[in-house]
Design a protein around this ligand. Sequence first.
Ligand SMILES: C[S@@+](CC[C@H](N)C(=O)[O-])C[C@H]1O[C@@H](n2cnc3c(N)ncnc32)[C@H](O)[C@@H]1O
Length: 392
Amino acid sequence: MTPRARVQAAIEILDLVVQAARTGGASADRIVAEGLKARRYAGSKDRRAIREYIYAAIRACGPVPQSGRAAMLRLAQIDPDVAVLFDGGGYGPAPIAADESVAEGGIAPAWLERALADSGVAGDDALALLGRAPLDVRVNALNASRDTIELPETGEPLAATAGLRFAPGTPVERWDAFANGEIEVQDGGSQLACMALGAKPGETVIDLCAGAGGKTIALAAAMANEGTLIASDTNRDRLSRLAPRAERAGASIAQTVLLDPGRELAALDRWRGKADAVLVDAPCSGTGTWRRNPETRWRLSESDIAKFAAVQLRLLEIAGELVRPGGRIGYITCSLLDAEGAELVEKFLARNPRFFAEEVTLPAGVARGPGWRLSPTISGTDGFFIARLGTL
Ligand SMILES: C[S@@+](CC[C@H](N)C(=O)[O-])C[C@H]1O[C@@H](n2cnc3c(N)ncnc32)[C@H](O)[C@@H]1O
């Protein structure tokens, strides 16, 4: 394919991405994968180039663009190599008309950019949310150690004690060490967030929002596979993906418990007041993960933030019911909005005087209100808010 034909293919796939963002349809990753698969004539280099054009255009637009073409025209405004391909040549995009609408630039829709700035994320800190994410792995302490593991490439040690960083695109999932459960793909920020809970061998730990178990298997490693580790979630599909991952990692103590939305405590009743530690990796707006999913910023509306905060508060209350006196809650969101982080935890603490904020001191990050902040500029990781709440 010629470069201009690649740009035109990117525009067509972007149209679907934009439409899905407006209507709550499939993720950009899925649409791009399907769009590339459908273009049988595209070779591997073409596919890579088309994908890069698509994600560069997504990153270049702040608010949701009018169309795929408007998004690509925004990219053309800042990248002359793209602009020259709008020359009317065969299979390429039509030349740019004088009065054509071009998508707006920026970090995110204006209300969201303001909310981030109000939460102390502006300028370069905000821009870095749209950078390209590195590829981090966690060496699984159940099967290997960071100091002695032998891998096909040398990774850069991270602040997280078991973390190694590789260049994006490194085929770690094809390495023997991955198949053997010696390494897991996990952002360094997620690794630090798990460390904050301080799970120990022999404890009873509940990973309340376990999803497909990324953090559960890190907790099993921290617990040296000794104790009780409950992985619960309301989403059956995600939870069903946990068992094969846990098996590969040798995380034999992980037990899954499917929760009924609205009646979560029913299935967890036997651990009420008994857990040493509860991890609440709450559903959130995901503002800290735009490096991986940049189009998700087009899917958020102002009212979503209040809805997430209500769920987060409720999940903290559930965790409060599960934790034993003297136990602790680890609260994590991959959002940098205070409404889902510092302010949310303050609200929980005001309503639950039995709990208090414990000091979080991780090897990377900075204090933020009653908790801790990680971000691409602060810690070189995805953005997170982490709090550790002790109880009397
Ligand atoms: C940020 S994700 C968790 C990611 C996971 N811990 C990991 O490390 O891969 C949030 C999870 O919360 C779950 N969730 C949403 N509402 C819930 C509820 N009421 N009770 C438990 N889990 C819930 C979602 O299904 C989702 O899997």
